[in-house]
Design a binder for this molecule. Structure first.
Ligand code: ZN
Length: 274
């Protein structure tokens, strides 16, 4: 546990969200940099990053990631966590390539196969082993993303095989359509299945975002907000920016007696390469 502090991640863009859903969605390099700076000022310690092509479509192109990461690095010290989930339809090889080439401080590592609305995301155990091995070789700290209880147990196999090293950080994702719904009971089941001493960030998709933040605080977890997960501030009212969502997360955390952790807190605590 990070005593008295809470880590807030801002997932600012994602792969699926569009400007039609929220015109403030950051897509260009300049928009992502501005978002990173604002999110950091509002209390986020980690930026969860997907990148887009000029036409707004998602890409795992390492060149695009490099351009965005370098631009963000010039303006803020926020920890950058890149996605290896990518977009629906990406191959495992495409998803993993930026980790080996760019060696970010953190990256997401999906721990199993899951429905994604009418689509699905495939992560077989051999694929997960390959990812975990690559992360370890390049000193990249994974966020072990679990969309279902079985995914947490799958992570134990990787740990037992020596493919993952602590400190362990999980990302529990709730309310993806046709996957695990948000509820405090489901969070508790996920939490109990983790290895002892691990930390976890709670991600509630869509309307579950806000209750999941309160649930995370109550359960001793960390928070993720941002347009990847949810574009609304309240029912019928779009968020003005990612930072507006981070500001509220920081505010409710402070009301619960927790100070938002800084990027350097996260670097020390999760033993990031820095
Ligand atoms: Zn993502």
């Amino acid at each position: 546990m990070l005593d008295g502090k809470i880590v807030i991640t801002c997932a600012c863009t994602g792969a699926e969200t569009t400007k039609e859903q929220n015109p403030a969605l950051p897509i260009t390099v300049e928009e992502v940099v501005r978002t990173a700076v604002e999110a950091r000022e509002a209390g986020a310690a980690i930026l969860h990053l997907h990148v887009r092509k000029a036409d707004g479509s998602p890409t795992q192109d390492p060149g695009r990631f490099k351009e965005v990461i370098e631009a963000v690095r010039r303006k803020t010290d926020i920890v950058i966590e890149i996605t290896t989930g990518g977009a629906v339809g990406d191959t495992a090889e495409e998803r993993l390539r930026p980790v080996a080439l760019l060696e970010p401080e953190m990256a997401s590592l999906d721990c199993g196969t899951v429905n994604f609305g009418n689509d699905y995301i495939v992560n077989t155990l051999p694929v997960m082993r390959d990812f975990a091995r690559t992360f370890r070789e390049h000193g990249v700290r994974p966020t072990l993303e679990c969309f279902d209880l079985g995914h947490v147990y799958a992570s134990h196999i990787l740990i037992k095989e020596g493919l993952l090293e602590g400190p362990y950080h999980y990302g529990f994702v709730f309310n993806v359509p046709a996957a695990l719904p948000w509820s405090p009971d489901n969070l508790e089941a996920m939490r109990r299945a983790m290895p002892g001493g691990a930390d976890f960030t709670v991600m509630g998709i869509g309307r579950s975002s806000l209750p999941a933040q309160y649930g995370a605080i109550a359960a001793g977890g960390w928070i993720r907000v941002g347009f990847e997960d949810n574009v609304f501030y309240a029912k019928g009212r779009l968020a003005k920016s990612n930072a507006e969502l981070v500001e509220r997360a920081a505010r409710i955390a402070r009301e619960a007696g927790l100070e938002p952790a800084t990027p350097d807190d996260v670097r020390n605590y999760l033993k990031l390469r820095g």
